[in-house]
Design a protein around this ligand. Structure first.
Ligand code: NAD
Length: 437
């Protein structure tokens, strides 16, 4: 099939590449000329494991190309996906101006039947507004259908998630659109759930909010573990072995960040209030998330006494491992907080440093080329992202390099007993701190 995707970011580019890889002809469109130029030159503007290889393979096979023109996409594809940003406004409302603009532009070009698919995460009832807008600006009176097809990929394993999805949700109101969408997804051999458009839109916000809730739930338990001397890892194992609950998303840490959870939870709170059915449980989810980072910082402060002039190494800047995405990263917030208290922060991240260097709030941090360089002479090490690279380091070398071997592990990457034996004063989340000796 001939497909186009408007918006070639984390969702649009990876989706486009995977659609091409299963045999569709895909045009990935973006209004950022630099991004299109980079892609046409064979370079990939984001880091996502396996993505570069898939893009190169499909560009060579002439199934994938890049364009700055929405017209080129609409004229040459049966199905047009929209994967533009839907950022949060200060009010908590979702900024739908990107979607609205693209809808108008598509409408003005439409000459023949097209399925317009919203893949961006949007508030329930957005599909109705998109359809109204296209109808209003549809100069040639061309037929069209609007479909909601929320995306559930996780950054860091987006290629695998797209190639082997748990489910495909198709929210549509016409059989013709459903049939075309089923053809798009047939090669993926995944379960398909067909719903109305409103339900599909709601599924995405409900799913992300539930995952955020699971994280905040275990984080709230981690605080109880710290106060009572229990071990949150054991508690999470014990809860998670119950198949009704499951172990995933029960990893205690310094909280969730990234471009989706914080914004989607905030949006769902606002949407529910606007619908007259406030979802107050989610406000608690947000509050726990914020408190988790604050508790961690308090622990750093209490242990080091004063942060001013202390050399603190930070491992991890991205919001999670295996991505270069630093949007709403708790690591960045923590670095900014510690710099604000006068600490000398020396940071390292395997993929996120290029983007982190541009963040003004952490402009005073020093960025170094390796994790070991970061700990050279450090009075404390703060671990903020659970990259495997860190887990594989020789910790005795780390200890040797540090002036005072104090570790604050915000992602429970290491075993406390091992750390104790290696001579570290080790703090983690929801587990007893250990001292050497
Ligand atoms: P992104 O910022 O990485 O990419 C969006 C792209 O759209 C950018 O390249 C931007 O230049 C382009 N764009 C903006 N306006 C445009 C226009 N008028 N014409 C053409 N291109 C335009 O964003 P993302 O992370 O890919 O997220 C996109 C949507 O998908 C959001 O609604 C997000 O909530 C949702 N989502 C994201 C993820 C994720 O993990 N990143 C997962 C599921 C859903």
């Amino acid at each position: 099939m001939d497909l186009s995707i408007i918006g070639s970011g984390y969702v649009g580019l990876v989706s486009g590449a995977c659609f091409a890889d299963v045999g569709h002809n895909v045009i990935c469109i973006d209004n950022d000329p630099g991004k299109i130029e980079t892609l046409r030159a064979g370079r990939v503007p984001i880091y996502e494991p396996g993505l570069e290889e898939i893009i190169h393979r499909n560009v060579s096979a002439h199934r994938l190309r890049f364009s700055g023109s929405i017209r080129e996409g609409v004229d040459n594809s049966q199905v047009v996906f929209i994967a533009v940003p839907t950022p949060q406004q200060p009010s908590g409302d979702v900024d739908l101006s990107f979607i609205e603009k693209v809808s108008r532009e598509i409408a003005s070009i439409l000459t023949t039947y097209r399925v317009i698919v919203d893949k961006s995460t949007v508030p329930v009832k957005t599909g109705e507004r998109v359809a109204e807008s296209i109808k209003r600006y549809n100069r040639h009176g061309a037929k069209f259908d609007v479909v909601s097809n929320p995306e559930f990929l996780r950054e860091g394993c987006a290629v695998g998630d797209l190639m082997h999805p748990d489910r495909i949700v198709i929210g549509a109101q016409s059989e013709q659109a459903v049939d075309l969408m089923k053809k798009v997804y047939e090669p993926f051999m995944a379960p398909i759930l067909v719903t109305d458009i409103n339900s599909a839109e709601l599924i995405k916000h409900a799913a992300n909010s539930f995952l955020a809730l699971k994280i905040s739930y275990i984080n709230a338990i981690s605080a109880i573990c710290e106060a009572s001397g229990a071990d949150v890892e054991k508690v999470a194992d014990g809860i998670g072995m119950d198949r009704r609950i499951g172990r995933q998303f029960l990893n205690a840490g310094i909280g969730y960040g990234g471009s989706c959870f914080p914004k989607d939870v905030a949006a769902f709170i606002t949407i529910s209030e606007q619908l007259g059915v406030p979802f107050n449980l989610l406000k608690e989810v947000q509050q726990i998330n914020e408190a988790q980072k604050d508790r961690f910082l308090k622990r750093i402060r209490e242990t080091l006494w004063v942060l001013r002039e202390k050399k603190i190494a930070v491992w991890g800047l991205t919001f999670k491992p295996d991505t270069d995405d630093i949007r709403s990263s708790i690591a960045i917030e923590l670095v900014a907080d510690m710099l604000g208290e006068g600490a000398h922060v020396v940071a390292y991240d395997p993929k996120g440093m290029e983007k982190a260097r541009e963040v003004k709030t952490i402009g005073d941090a020093k960025f170094v080329a390796t994790a070991l360089e970061a700990v050279e002479g450090a009075e404390a090490l703060v671990i903020t992202t659970e990259w495997r690279d860190f887990a594989n380091l020789d910790l005795s070398v780390v200890r040797e390099k540090m002036t005072t071997p104090i570790v604050f592990d915000g992602r429970n990457l290491f075993n406390p007993e091992t750390m104790r034996q290696l001579g570290f004063h080790y703090h983690s989340i929801g587990r007893r701190p250990v001292r050497p000796g």
